[in-house]
Structures are given as structure tokens and as C-alpha cells.
Design a protein around this ligand. Structure first.
Ligand code: SF4
Ligand code: SF4
Length: 111
């Protein structure tokens, strides 16, 4: 089992999650973060920290879809351990539907 970052992180990217992870297994894309499934120790500490409620255990159906996204991009994006600035319009995107199809960016983050 692992925890997974799901769609609602896209364009929210509040990053409260990265500071609490004891094994630093978050990786940063241009507009979302992912968790490396093999590094996550399933502690669950990050889940309640996410204001977007985007972090879920992979036992949830919606998280299953994102498991491969987390796996693929945690190999490609840089590790992130410190919270950066959330996008100015992050709150406007919180809860919007269809963000993966319309807005997912495969580019790495740079904070
Ligand atoms: S706290 Fe939630 S929305 Fe923010 S970066 Fe982490 S997973 Fe994404
Ligand atoms: S569940 Fe624990 S180990 Fe896994 S990403 Fe969250 S804080 Fe890190």
C-alpha cells in the first residue's frame, strides 16, 4: 500500500504535505506533486495536512487511477522537502472537475 496524490492537487499545490513526510518521498511537477510509491511508508501523516484533500490511500478507487501517474512522475520529477509558495489562484482551482485532462503538466517543478 502507498498514499497517492490525486487530481485535486493540480493547480492547487499548497505543499503543506511535503514538510510532514518523514521519508521525503514527494516529487514536484510544474503544477502538482506526486508520491513515490516505493518510498512511501504508509504512515498517513500527510493525508490530513492537504487542504485540497488530494492525498488518499491507494485502497480508494479514485487513488488507484493516479497510482501510475505517481509512479511514473516520481521517477522523472525532482524531490521536494520544503514548502514553496502556492499559486496565487490555488483556492480558485480547489475542487474543480476535469483538471487532469485539461491541465496536467508533465514538466518538472522548479521551486
Ligand atoms: S498539500 Fe495537497 S494540494 Fe498541496 S501539494 Fe500537497 S497534495 Fe498537493
Ligand atoms: S503517507 Fe507518510 S511516508 Fe507516505 S507520503 Fe505521506 S507522509 Fe510521506
Amino acid at each position: 500500500m502507498t498514499y497517492v496524490v490525486t487530481e485535486n492537487c493540480i493547480k492547487c499545490k499548497f505543499m503543506d504535505c511535503v514538510e510532514v513526510c518523514p521519508v521525503d518521498c514527494f516529487y514536484e511537477g510544474e503544477n502538482m506533486l506526486v508520491i513515490h510509491p516505493d518510498e512511501c511508508i504508509d504512515c498517513g501523516v500527510c493525508e490530513p495536512e492537504c487542504p485540497a484533500e488530494a492525498i488518499l490511500p491507494d485502497t480508494e478507487e479514485v487513488a488507484e487511477k493516479f497510482l501510475e501517474v505517481n509512479r511514473e512522475y516520481s521517477e522523472k520529477w525532482p524531490n521536494i522537502t520544503q514548502k514553496g509558495d502556492a499559486p496565487a489562484d490555488a483556492d480558485d482551482w480547489n475542487g474543480k472537475e476535469g483538471k487532469f485532462e485539461a491541465h496536467f503538466s508533465p514538466n518538472p517543478g522548479d521551486s
